[in-house]
Design a protein around this ligand. Sequence first.
Ligand SMILES: Nc1ncnc2c1ncn2[C@@H]1O[C@H](COP(=O)(O)OP(=O)(O)OP(=O)(O)O)[C@@H](O)[C@H]1O
Length: 255
Amino acid sequence: MQTQSSPPAARDALAAVAAVDLVKVYGTGDTAVRALDGVTVGFERARFTAIMGPSGSGKSTLMHCLAGLDTASSGQVLLGGSDLTKQSDKVLTKVRRERIGFVFQSFNLLPQLTAARNITLPLDLSGRKPDAELLDRLVTTLGLVGRLGHLPSELSGGQQQRVALARALVSRPEVLFADEPTGNLDSRSGAEVLGLLRDSARQLGQTIVMVTHDPGAAAYADRVVLLADGQLAGEIHQPDIASVTDALQQLASAR
Ligand SMILES: Nc1ncnc2c1ncn2[C@@H]1O[C@H](COP(=O)(O)OP(=O)(O)OP(=O)(O)O)[C@@H](O)[C@H]1O
């Protein structure tokens, strides 16, 4: 039996981050949009989960609320068991800086800094030293040896995204959020980055939550969470391209 006081996501000790009955309403009155309409879902530690669904289904809103980038209208966001919705902006800024990693479609590297400086910048800013062993391992695994002294403009898109990935992973975030991380990459570089994300979950125990429109990208994940009209619309374990494409087609035809 599920009870109000102990929802499944909150009880799930394996969840690195969870939404509990999350509601997000944009605007008021006639123009109000219920972007999230009571979403309860947990994202397990050391697993790579993709969030998918039709355009406007609430994927970005869910990710932004989970990452403390946006505030929910009601419900809870539990990061490592503590409720982010109760925190001040100051605390949320610290949480984003110290406990969460981000990889965006647009890389978001600082153009005037070398790859090496870009990777360590968030740690430098918060006065922390990178773990030298992890940094070495990431640079090697991500194929960035020999590229560290280059500026972003001297790197390919795939290399820039790998620098962004190293920057996100070197601080060992509790959760790495990836927003269409391969949206600006050719298919080969995209496949490399997705393989690296999968390896980070498997080999480093990194929890990853990725928003994507691409069934091919979602097939790299351990699990796909489906949204439709701001609500949970199912999930797929060990997804492949066919199962994800089928599920999306069913959601589209049910609308
Ligand atoms: N800042 C905002 N103000 C008003 N409405 C918003 C805002 N952000 C999102 N919405 C609305 O909330 C709903 C969910 O948007 P969201 O961007 O989360 O969907 P999505 O699934 O990520 O869409 P897409 O796949 O097109 O990126 C949509 O109807 C959208 O128009």
